[in-house]
Design a protein around this ligand. Structure first.
Ligand SMILES: C[S@@+](CC[C@H](N)C(=O)[O-])C[C@H]1O[C@@H](n2cnc3c(N)ncnc32)[C@H](O)[C@@H]1O
Length: 329
């Protein structure tokens, strides 16, 4: 994984090659004194990591233009980008996007619970999510990421259709007493973008890592992650936290891997790859996953069928039988 404690514009130029990233999810600073918002809203910010870096109102248009230009450069043809924005600086983000060759797919409204309370105007309880792609042949949009076409709710409505509407109602997460970044994105929001717009082993990049929320969910879903965070306090703290997440661990309970996603079916695997698969399997079991779940997770990540993975972990029994005996007897 490649994470850099640097300005994302300079960092991208230095470390990210053209056409190298499958998916970008980024939540840039608000440009509205986000570093001082707690004073306005009376929030308890005791557990919030110090050092959030804001961009001034004056700099916002040029800043947006520069980082979005870099994002376009590093995205693979057919790759997707999701930018989360409040309403105050939305126009600058849209102007910057209009200066690129990125193509608009959706302007999503994310509605969350508990907006900022105001008595003299309506309470704001939504963000904008701008979903664009870089022109190319292979655009990933997994229409059955959450529901099969035939799945219905209790009123007979199509769950698949409802999940694909462009207004998303997703609650924010409250983490009382836990160390966090300002405005941390909820895991379910990130899961939705990642599962629809990437496949296992793809690279997901976040230009503004904050609490590394995008990177954590991406790794948990068996993707590779990279990105930038300029605040050293947040960077140092989260770099340790992210190590606690095992690759693919959030795939538990996701839909079984559909046959057409088994992109490595029948492909020759080297001894090194087999060893990697066995080690990841071992890691998942040690963290408490059942054998079935662990195999499903690895099957999704490596694009191979259940029996193929079972065969590999059984044949490459790197002192595995002892762990197995204790856990499955
Ligand atoms: C809105 S927050 C991101 C929150 C993140 N999505 C999360 O869930 O925690 C924006 C982050 O960008 C960082 N930042 C500001 N300017 C930056 C720059 N030029 N390069 C990299 N990071 C920057 C801030 O320190 C802040 O942590």
């Amino acid at each position: 994984m490649m994470f850099y404690n640097e300005d994302c514009i300079e960092g991208a130029k230095k470390y990210l090659k053209d056409n190298s990233v499958d998916l970008i999810i980024s939540d840039p600073p608000y440009g509205i004194n986000g570093d001082k918002l707690d004073k306005h809203y009376n929030r308890d910010e005791n557990n919030v990591i110090e050092g959030y870096v804001e961009v001034s109102k004056e700099e916002y248009p040029e800043f947006s233009f520069k980082w979005i230009k870099e994002a376009e450069r590093v995205l693979k043809p057919g790759g997707s980008i999701y930018i989360i924005s409040g309403y105050s600086n939305l126009r600058h983000i849209l102007n910057a996007l209009a200066e690129t060759n990125l193509e608009e797919r959706n302007h999503i409204i994310w509605k969350y619970n508990f907006g900022v309370y105001t008595s003299k105007k309506f309470i704001s309880s939504h963000y904008h999510i701008l979903y664009f792609i870089k022109h190319g042949e292979n655009i990933t949009f997994n229409t059955n990421a959450f529901y099969a076409d035939c799945e219905k709710n209790e009123n007979g409505g199509s769950l698949n259709y409802l999940d694909r509407e462009d207004v998303w109602i997703i609650n924010r997460e409250y983490k009382p007493g836990q160390i966090k970044n300002k405005n941390e994105l909820p895991k379910s929001l990130l899961t939705k973008m990642i599962l629809y717009s990437s496949n296992p082993n793809d690279t997901v990049c976040d230009f503004f890592l904050g609490s590394f929320s995008t990177a954590k969910v991406a790794i948990g879903l068996g993707r590779y992650a990279c990105g930038f965070e300029i605040n050293k306090n947040a960077f140092d703290y989260q770099l340790k936290e992210i190590e606690k997440i095992a690759s693919g661990e959030f795939l538990v309970g996701q839909r079984p891997v559909p046959q057409n996603k088994l992109f490595n079916k029948g492909k020759f695997l080297s001894e090194k790859e087999k060893y990697q698969i066995t080690s990841e399997f071992k890691q998942l079991i040690q963290k408490g996953d059942s054998k079935k779940n662990a195999i499903n997770i690895i099957s999704g990540k490596y694009g191979r069928g259940y029996w193929s993975i079972l065969n590999i972990v059984d044949q490459n029994d790197y002192s595995f039988s002892k762990i197995e005996q204790t856990l499955f007897d």
